[in-house]
Design a protein around this ligand. Structure first.
Ligand code: ADP
Length: 479
């Protein structure tokens, strides 16, 4: 039984959860303690007690801890990647890539701990000096989803600690393994007891307790729009700081002048890799009419070569869907698309077992063509290996459709035209824009986030993370 880390102690919970491998549902990865509301409050109290001391720790102490965490993650990337692939279903190379990203994030924020700087300004009043500095927010609650079991926790925990905050971390119920492994590494990094707490548990119990507790000064959340709204309402009502990363319905535009191979690679990568379970995945591909038929045929050909199999098996291109609920939802959307009159070009059916007879949540990647912008498969986030193509007359229509969504996380284009690329970068209504690159796949040292209904609050990652994890103080001194 893997336990929670509360106030520096590993503790059992009143309940436990079984972590199951979606590539083989007979494979039990382990049992993990589930904290309840009372234990969550104990973790928050421990964080509150530890926050003051950690807030005054030296940049060197923070650097050393974060650097050690990053080094261990990188040294164990094969093992941690295997665990991640086993519990979430991301194929092994992608899983190892995610672990590497997590290690690099800790290294980056180790450096950020040393780079904390303020401003010294002259006052408008004679004989007065002004200093602008950043201070920790205090206790931060971090609530994460299942689709990036180690990278998203890393990109919330590392800046929180680097900027001197105490952390209460609640991972998603489906992927406790990577979260626990990360917490165990953090527990040996030299950080004082109570500065970092792991509370695995249910969203409605552990998460909700974190939202309501006045001692939690800020909540950083990644997950669904519905839960994001709950986080926002709870935080506004008690004036806590909050940051939300939620859904997307990211467009990828393909223009007549695109390099066909580049366009196909980008669409297949960001539509189907990681089983389409990335908030930056592009599920809407908007293609101008001159290249449309060639593009659809080439993507369909490529999809047929993709191996859907055990996430940890060499040669697998697409692993399973994360669980039965998500699989049922994907299949339901395939049916909705067909009922709405879209043409299912290929895929879309469940594959109950892989070639070795392992029962898993496998699904053939689905490509729809001849879709209309108003169809539900083009307006609602599916979060699976389902991509729909819309045919348009020209760039202007493509840009209009790309932006015609309540979401605004990532937006991509395949074109060899400098004019269109430049215009698209300027006019795409998204937090991240990609030219001749998949919408999914971002660097770890620059801001990540969206606009409109995808995100709320300051950006995550890179030096921009300081905005959320610190509060600004302006000090005046008369000499
Ligand atoms: P998904 O549909 O991707 O699982 P959720 O928004 O349900 O997205 O979950 C994202 C995270 O939010 C998970 O850690 C989950 O446990 C947590 N969560 C779910 N419901 C609540 C809630 N009512 N309050 C706080 N956290 C919640």
């Amino acid at each position: 039984m893997k336990q929670n880390l509360i106030g520096g102690e590993w503790v059992d919970g009143p309940r436990a959860t079984r972590n199951i491998n979606p590539s083989d549902t007979r494979d039990l990865i382990g049992e993990y303690a589930l904290a309840d509301a009372a234990q969550t409050k104990t973790a928050i109290a421990a964080a509150e007690t530890a926050a003051a001391g950690w807030g005054l720790s030296t940049p060197q102490q923070r650097f050393d801890a974060l650097d050690a965490i990053g080094s261990e993650i990188l040294a164990r990337k094969a093992e941690l990647g295997d665990l991640l692939a086993r519990e979430e279903g991301k194929r092994l190379p992608e899983a190892i890539g995610e672990v590497t990203r997590a290690g690099n994030i800790f290294k980056f924020f180790a450096g950020e701990a040393l780079r904390q700087a303020g401003e010294v300004l002259g006052s408008v009043r004679p004989g007065v000096g002004v200093e602008v500095t950043r201070e920790p927010v205090g206790v931060v609650g971090l609530i994460t989803p299942w689709n990036f079991p180690i990278a998203i926790p890393a990109w919330k925990i590392a800046p929180a600690l680097a900027h001197g905050n105490a952390v209460v971390f609640k991972p998603a119920e489906l992927v406790p393994g990577s979260a626990w492994a990360l917490a165990e590494i953090i527990s040996r990094s030299g950080i004082p007891a109570g500065v970092f707490n792991l509370v695995m548990g249910r969203g409605t119990e552990v998460g909700a307790t974190m939202l309501e507790d006045k001692r939690v000064n800020a909540i950083s959340f990644t997950g669904s729009v519905g839960t994001g709204q709950r986080v926002a309402a709870a935080c506004v009502s008690r004036f806590a700081k909050f940051q939300l990363e939620m859904g997307g319905k990211n467009p990828f535009v393909v223009l007549d002048d695109a390099d066909l191979a580049v366009a196909v690679n980008c669409a297949v990568d960001s539509g189907f890799f990681s089983t389409g379970q990335r908030c930056t995945a592009s599920s809407r591909v908007i293609v101008t009419e001159g290249i449309h038929d060639k593009f659809v045929a080439a993507v369909a050909e490529r999809i047929k070569t993709l191996k859907v199999d055990d996430a940890r098996k060499a040669g697998t291109d697409i692993g399973p869907v994360v669980d039965d609920r998500q699989l049922a939802q994907n299949l339901e959307y395939v049916k909705i698309g067909q009922d709405e009159g879209a043409r299912l070009v290929t895929g879309g059916q469940a594959i109950p077992t892989n070639v070795d007879g392992q029962p898993g949540y496998f699904m053939a990647p689905a490509l729809f063509a001849d879709t209309a912008p108003t169809m539900r498969i083009n307006t609602e986030e599916i979060f699976g290996p389902v991509v729909s193509v819309q045919k348009v007359k020209n760039y202007d229509e493509a840009l209009h459709l790309a932006n015609d969504t309540p979401f605004g996380l990532a937006s991509g284009i395949a074109t060899t035209s400098l004019k269109h690329a430049t215009h698209f970068k300027r006019h795409a209504q998204a937090g991240m824009v990609m030219v001749n690159l998949p919408t999914a796949g971002v660097d770890y040292h620059v801001p990540f986030g969206g606009r409109k209904g995808s995100s709320y609050g300051p950006r995550e990652q890179g030096k921009y993370a300081a905005e959320f994890f610190t509060t600004v103080k302006t000090a005046y001194t008369s000499a």
